[in-house]
Design a protein around this ligand. Structure first.
Ligand SMILES: Nc1nc2c(ncn2[C@@H]2O[C@H](COP(=O)(O)OP(=O)(O)OP(=O)(O)O)[C@@H](O)[C@H]2O)c(=O)[nH]1
Ligand SMILES: [Mg+2]
Length: 224
């Protein structure tokens, strides 16, 4: 879709909608939703707060694993952001992690209103095992993914750009680059916010996608 017919969402209007302890208790599967995922401490809640310009919206913490519920934020009647709990938190029992990963896979593969995934990784330690797992689920289910390399303020510009190129190169080598974009991000410096907003506006747009030549849209790649 060209940018000109994409509605611009006022992210500052975001409000807390609900917390779900499991994905089975999510709000109704309608409208458009974008989920923020990533390892514990990657900066998911901080990115949502920067985007919505509301430092109190999503709880952030120095203690990894703070976000334990799936938190839904309402942008409009039919548009939502989702803060998924971090994974990779060492103090969570293995069985709980496995259970959570099953829920997550189900959510990514089955949720019709899920239009895109924002996958956050600390720019200093990208593409860990679970990041690759998420990318693999997303690519197989045709879910577009936008990677935020967070905490870029911890690096100078040169090394930050090199880190981005290295991630892009590795994704290509692993054949996980289909429908995946990568950008640098910093919540405290508000760096990369415009780019993130553009991506979210596009994914969350409720305008029907005009099919080329009136042909029905291809199903290739999955449900989303
Ligand atoms: N320097 C810097 N610190 C950040 C940035 N983003 C987040 N942080 C810090 O990293 C820590 C974790 O941030 P959160 O936003 O709570 O991380 P999360 O991914 O929501 O973590 P969980 O809820 O545990 O999964 C906090 O101390 C944040 O202040 C960033 O872009 N730069
Ligand atoms: Mg969090």
């Amino acid at each position: 879709m060209s940018e000109s017919n994409v509605e611009r969402i006022n992210f500052r209007r975001a409000e807390f909608l609900t917390s779900a302890p499991t994905l089975a208790e999510c709000p109704e599967d309608s409208g458009a939703e974008v989920a923020f995922a990533g390892r514990s401490n990657a900066g998911k809640s901080s990115a949502i707060n920067a985007l919505t310009d509301n430092s109190k919206l999503a709880r952030t913490s120095k203690t990894p694993g703070r976000t334990q519920l799936i938190n839904f934020f309402r942008l409009s009647e039919q548009q939502r952001l989702v803060d998924l709990p971090g994974y990779g938190y060492a103090k969570v029992a293995r069985s709980m992690k496995d259970e959570w990963q099953r829920h997550l896979a189900f959510y990514l593969e089955q949720r019709h209103c899920l239009k895109g995934l924002v996958l956050l990784m600390d720019i200093r330690q990208p593409l860990k095992e679970f990041d690759l797992q998420m990318l693999s689920w997303a690519t197989t289910s045709g879910l577009p993914t936008h990677i935020l390399l967070t905490k870029a303020d911890k690096l100078k510009n040169g090394p930050a750009n090199n880190a981005r190129f290295a991630v892009e190169k590795e994704l290509k080598a692993l054949e996980l680059d289909r429908n995946v974009t990568v950008q640098i991000f910093s919540a405290p410096k508000r760096k990369g916010l415009d780019k993130l907003e553009r991506q979210l506006n596009q994914w969350l747009s409720l305008a029907p996608t005009p099919a080329a030549d009136g042909a029905p849209e291809s199903d290739e790649g999955g449900e989303h």
